[in-house]
Design a protein around this ligand. Sequence first.
Ligand code: AHG
Ligand code: MN
Ligand code: MN
Length: 299
Amino acid sequence: MELNDFLKEKGTDEKLSQLIMLFSEQAGVIKEGFLSARGAADTKNVYGETQMALDKWADEVLIDALRESRLVRWIATEEQPDIIEVDGAINQFGVTIDPLDGSSLIDVNLAVGTIVGLYQGHVLEPGNTMVGALYILYGPLTTLTYTTGSGVHEFVMGEDGRFTLMQENLTIPDGKIYAPGALRKDYLPYHKQFIEQLESEGYKLRFSGSFVADVHQILHKGGLFTYPAFAGKDSGKLRLLFEGTPMGKMVAEAGGAISNGRGNLLDVKPSSVSDRTPIYVGGKREIALIESLVKGSGT
Ligand code: AHG
Ligand code: MN
Ligand code: MN
């Protein structure tokens, strides 16, 4: 079944469906860009990271499409310092976008993605107020996975650029994969204990450098992704609005959980669009374990 028909059959709000369809259409445009806009752009984003030509290009593609559609009022992206307010918006939606996640992998042809958070209003609100989230994964296949709060559903792009249903109502299984970001020498004591426990239980290492691809794998196979707080970086590396909350919403809807180590990340109210946060996302058992270790550490 095609994405559009599926959204209708599920009784999805029409405006929200239009927005999801817009992102599904832009996926084809971004995919084409992989053939042309490679390499570094010689500019840095607000996080001081070198932007790849494709980061900037994908950002422009999505912002232009959203502006033109007037489907959303607020647009926040990882590549923009400020939230954009769309003139003449016909809805009050807010969206957060990581246009290309894992972009350091583009030049070596590994999987990257686009991550989107969907809000009924402004985006500087806790993740649990989101009306939906989606991600597009550009791997051997291009897939779109979304939730609007009634299940997590995955679609695959065909030759005609349209998405058809691949799996309905995804649920995260028990599994023994772990994807640990940050350098081991910088681990904080509770985190070291956590990783050692997973390793002693036989968890296998899988870390690609693309958050969206790594979390996608964990959603399907179980286990845990973390980019923790580490020595000198209390907030870790990843961004609350662009990476944490949308992927967290997806995993939580699929029966898993997301935490900053102290509590549900979806309860955290952002203080600014560029907030970073420690992230633990995956199975409920692993999340309960890290939260008990953090609590026990008294830090
Ligand atoms: P982005 O490409 O959007 O800047 O995100 C990169 C992120 C994330 O995808 C990944 O998990 C992490 O950075 C990898 O960081 P390290 O290179 O420090 O491992
Ligand atoms: Mn990212
Ligand atoms: Mn990015």
